[in-house]
Design a binder for this molecule. Sequence first.
Ligand SMILES: [Zn+2]
Length: 361
Amino acid sequence: MADTGHIPHALLLEGPAGVGKFALARAFAQYIHCTDRTPDGDSCGRCPSCLQHQSFNNIDTFYTFPVVKRGTAGLSTDWLPEFRQFLTDSPFMDSDRWPSLLGNVNAQPLIYVEEASALVSRLNVAARQSAYKIVLLWQPERLGEATANKLLKLIEEPYSDTLFIMTSDNPEAILPTIYSRTQRISVRAYSPAEIVDILSSQFAIDRESATIAADLADGNVNAALRMVSVDKDKSRYLDLFMSLMRLAWTRKVKELRDWSNDVAAQGREDSIRFYDYCARMIRENFILNLGHADLNMLTDEELTFSRRFSPYINIYNVEDIFRLLTEARNDVARNTNGKIVAFDLAIKMILLIKRGVEAPK
Ligand SMILES: [Zn+2]
């Protein structure tokens, strides 16, 4: 597109989470602006424009992303240092981590209408040092109706020197008025082998841990990174997991309520990791129950508990427990009250464990 000069005015990179769509959008913007592109189709990385891109200081590039209000205004420019930090710490844009950088783990960031107004006035000025001004818009699904209407005019009747490059993991949530006016490119999930390469080369994770994480990550680098970081919190998560199962088995409802408060008190990001950990433990226990200890990936501590626990994870409950954990994880990711989610899960676990215990022998 860039080489032929036929770049659509509104481009959407869509696809699963954790596959580097925003990094690709940034690389594309850098390529468009590069004054010394290489013959094999990359930006040079050395020209003034490339250097500005790498330090987030390109004068013709605007970052727009969901924020919370600072005072009365919700503007991306007010949160640029935090966003740069986010891009540096989490190059694959783990959106579960963004609210904590906004100072509130339970925030529901949005692209506010004043952001659209600010963008309109900035885009009114002609491109300063290159052929194009580029708006890199992360999460267009977080444009409210009023914001979208303001931007729509720009997208429908764009200035000839303006490009919108948007990225979304959740394109079905984008308002149809915006979605229908974008040219879409699908970005696919990574293969497990690609994830292993990324984790070991970019995040200095040993290949053994990377292989285990990649196997369970479903093509999502962020999910793989979460699994690896679970390692650090493993014994705390194991304690919580064992308490849940013991209390559910003995039907200690009051204690399960205290347990739910403990889980929720960890905060959103940590709760998500914990539910991922529980799902992994259920999977491992099912494998153990099937008599395939050779396929297990458990620490000694986990194995000690699992030897006694695994008989109760069987074909009569394994699928429903998985579903329950996935729902809890997704509810927490969507900002549902963490205590309610955990307590609901704990109560349902009483019935599901019972179902496993009463399974025909
Ligand atoms: Zn360059």
